[in-house]
Design a protein around this ligand. Structure first.
Ligand SMILES: [Mg+2]
Length: 392
């Protein structure tokens, strides 16, 4: 068995261009699907996959670890840059899909699963519709409550919101009170039985992140995500130490050593590794083993396309510390037409039963993908009131 070609298919899905990776073998009909979506860097990732492919053509796709080592270590530069680690991830996921298909079993069974009966989903406010999740103003707390109630009416028992505004390195009480009002309104609306998470998008400085974390602590958040820059492990650790709310982070880390450093400083309680950015299943499984040693939970970052979701679920059915799967379902109305999945979602509870098909269990509808060719992603640029550059 040999790898014959590696192709990329781009599917423009409004906020993101989904990059699907197709690894084609010399065995009739045997292909693997991966995903390497990296918003605003679509052309870079496609180029990186083309570059890396030169190492893999003609190789045996079942030697996944060997191929991963080549992708990460060869050609001098290691693979931790976000473009390269995403490209590696897309290919690695596809190789595991092939391994599952060869074995005739879902990926999670290759890894000793299933370890649970179902996986719980959480949604973004507005189901992942860009305007609802990113565009709801924090001075309109009632809209946060309405959207949270809508998610509950759709069966979700957990929802993530962007209730923390962009702030300069130090600001006063106003943004903190605004965030608190949004979370209070949501808690009032949905009650204590629904889990609310807040994503700070790494906008705050450690000082502001601590202010937000402290103000939101009484509302029993499920987690507070990226309360400061991922580069500031000390800042994350300081906030995690000082509040009861579990701190979540990890979506921008790309390799095992970065997670080692984060865990060693106790920068989080929930590890949000992104399987499509951190080198695929091969590296994600090492990161998960490391997290297990620190008793840190796993909730992979997954706002991308349908192959990423299938990958997160395969991972979830094989990892004991996996707590919940991030999901978007309303980013584009034709999402379900792009892919056929092997898992089933109970719409009443938004829980997922395991994939029963070999590999990831996904079939990509390439004709549908071709209906949504690449378009430049909508630029999301933030400037503070004085014109200086902020974080999105
Ligand atoms: Mg996030």
């Amino acid at each position: 068995m040999k790898i014959e070609r590696i192709e990329t298919l781009v599917c423009h899905a409004r906020m993101r261009n989904w990059i699907f990776v197709k690894v084609i073998t010399d065995q009739p009909g045997l292909i693997g699907w991966g995903e390497a979506t990296l918003e605003w860097h679509t052309r870079s990732v496609i180029g990186a996959i083309e570059d890396i492919s030169q190492l893999l053509i003609g190789e045996d796709p079942s030697r996944i670890e060997h191929l991963w080592q080549m992708m990460w270590r060869q050609h001098f530069w290691h693979g931790q840059g976000i473009v390269r680690s995403t490209a590696i991830a897309g290919i690695d996921i596809a190789l595991w899909d092939i391994a599952g298909k060869v074995a005739g079993m879902p990926c999670h069974k290759l890894w000793g699963g299933p370890v649970r009966d179902y996986v719980r989903l959480y949604c973004h406010l507005g189901g992942g519709k860009m305007e609802s999740f990113y565009g709801t103003p924090v001075d309109e707390a009632h809209r946060f409550a309405d959207l949270a109630l809508q998610a509950v009416s759709e069966g979700f028992t957990a929802v993530k919101t962007m209730a923390v505004p962009s702030t300069m390195p130090v600001e006063g009480l106003k943004p903190v009170k605004a965030a608190e009002a949004c979370v209070a309104a949501m808690r009032d609306a949905v009650g204590d039985g629904i889990d609310i998470a807040v994503d700070c998008h790494a906008r705050p400085s450690p000082a502001m992140g601590l202010k937000f974390a402290h103000a939101l602590d009484p509302y029993g958040l499920y987690f507070l995500e990226e309360p400061c820059w991922p580069e500031s492990i000390e800042g994350l650790a300081m906030i995690n130490e000082r509040v009861v709310t579990p701190i979540a982070t990890g979506e921008r880390l790309t390799h095992l050593a970065a997670f080692r450093d984060l865990f060693a400083k106790r920068g989080c309680e929930i590890c949000q590794l992104d399987i499509t950015h951190c080198g695929g299943f091969t590296e994600a499984r090492r990161i998960a083993a490391l997290a297990e040693a620190w008793r840190i939970a796993l909730a992979p970052h997954n706002p991308q396309g349908p192959v990423s979701t299938a990958a997160s679920l395969e991972f979830g059915f094989s990892q004991p510390s996996y707590i919940i799967c991030e999901s978007v379902h309303a980013d584009v109305p034709w999402r379900s037409e792009v892919v056929q999945e092997g898992y089933t979602i109970d719409p009443a509870t938004r829980t997922v039963r395991p994939n029963t098909q070999p590999g990831l269990g996904v079939t990509i509808n390439e004709d549908e993908v071709r209906r949504h060719p690449f378009e430049q992603e909508i630029l999301q640029r933030v400037f503070y009131s004085d014109g200086s550059v902020g974080d999105w």
